[in-house]
Every structure is written in structure tokens, then in C-alpha cells.
Design a protein around this ligand. Structure first.
Ligand SMILES: [Zn+2]
Length: 191
């Protein structure tokens, strides 16, 4: 079976992005192209580009996992439930949901909960972070979570999904331009 990443290489040709682009960026462009196609069924669209059903199914299952995780949020104060799921290069999925506290400032966001689970669970390179909430527009990670995403999933795509309608897919780097990261204080080190 081909590696998960390689399915996105063909897509690459389809949408004409530079060769040195990361697999995560390929996925971003795939999804942007997918969105642009509007009502065309996702599987038909991806398959026409040589992306197999298994790769597509991995993305879809991560989204569903985030939806399910949202139902397990602990949000007695705000009643605002958020679910998140991390999909890594091995097609493994880890989930998180927001967990509130009577001391409001201690509340943990779904994105950080999912990133913790993935990190401790031994995730490989993170391809996708899905976030699902009951918002009129696709939910956007808060500033704190964006910093976490840059730390633990710097080349991931962030899929922001409303339970009503609407999705927004962006590379993590576009969510937090000019990010502070380890290169700021260890300029010679790489990620
Ligand atoms: Zn957050």
C-alpha cells in the first residue's frame, strides 16, 4: 500500500503547487480545491485526482471523531462545546474536547486536549487538526491554541468546521504568521 503522503503527491500535479511543498500543504490545497468544487461529491473529486478512498476516509473519520469528541465536552458554565481530532501521517487519530473549570481561567480548549493526547500517544507528523463547534461560522482556534499548534503540529492543516454548515481549511502557519517558536532562541536548530 502506498504511504498516506503519496496520495497527495498526485494532487500536487493536479493543482500545480511547487515540488518542495510539504505533504500537509498538499492536503491544504486539495481541500481548498475541494471546497471550490462546491456540490461535487468529495470522493469523486479526490479519486479523479488519484487520491484513494482510504486516504479520503482517514480525513473523513478524523472529522467524525472530532464531532463525537465534542459531545463529551465538559462545559457546564458556557455550554459551548468544542471537539477536536488530530490525524497523523500514520492515519492514527487522537481526540480532545474543551474541559471547563469553576476557576474559569483554567479551562482547557479542545485543540490543546487533542494535541496533548496525540503527543503522549506517540503521534507521528500531524497532517490534520479538525475542530468542530456549534458556531454560525467555522470555528477559529483561540490565540493560545494557535501557539500550541505551531509547537506540536507546525505543518498541519487546520480544518475548522461548523456543525451547521461551512468549513475553513488553512495551513497552521497561516493561522499564526510571524509565530514565536524554538528558532527564536535557538536559531541554528531546525524543527
Ligand atoms: Zn483555544
Amino acid at each position: 500500500m502506498e504511504p498516506f503522503d503519496s496520495h497527495f503527491a498526485r494532487l500536487y500535479q493536479r493543482i500545480g503547487v511547487p515540488v518542495q511543498t510539504t505533504s500537509a500543504a498538499l492536503l491544504a490545497r486539495a481541500i481548498a480545491a475541494r471546497s471550490a468544487l462546491g456540490s461535487q461529491p468529495h470522493t469523486d473529486c479526490w479519486e479523479s485526482w488519484g487520491i484513494d478512498r482510504a486516504a479520503f476516509a482517514a480525513v473523513t473519520s478524523a472529522i467524525e471523531a472530532a464531532r463525537t469528541a465534542r459531545e463529551r465536552a465538559y462545559a457546564p458554565y458556557s455550554n459551548f462545546r468544542v471537539g477536536a481530532a488530530v490525524l497523523d501521517v500514520h492515519q492514527q487519530v487522537w481526540v480532545g474536547a474543551n474541559v471547563e473549570n469553576a476557576s474559569y481561567g483554567l479551562t482547557l480548549c479542545a485543540e490543546r486536549a487533542a494535541l496533548c493526547a496525540a503527543q503522549v500517544g506517540g503521534a507521528g507528523s500531524v497532517m490534520l487538526l479538525c475542530v468542530v463547534a456549534d458556531t454560525p461560522e467555522p470555528i477559529a482556534p483561540c490565540g493560545a491554541c494557535r501557539q500550541w499548534i505551531i509547537e506540536l503540529a507546525p505543518s498541519a492543516i487546520v480544518a475548522m468546521i461548523s456543525t451547521h454548515q461551512g468549513e475553513r481549511w488553512l495551513p497552521a502557519a497561516e493561522l499564526l504568521p510571524f509565530a514565536f517558536d524554538r528558532n527564536m532562541f535557538h536559531p541554528s536548530r531546525e524543527h
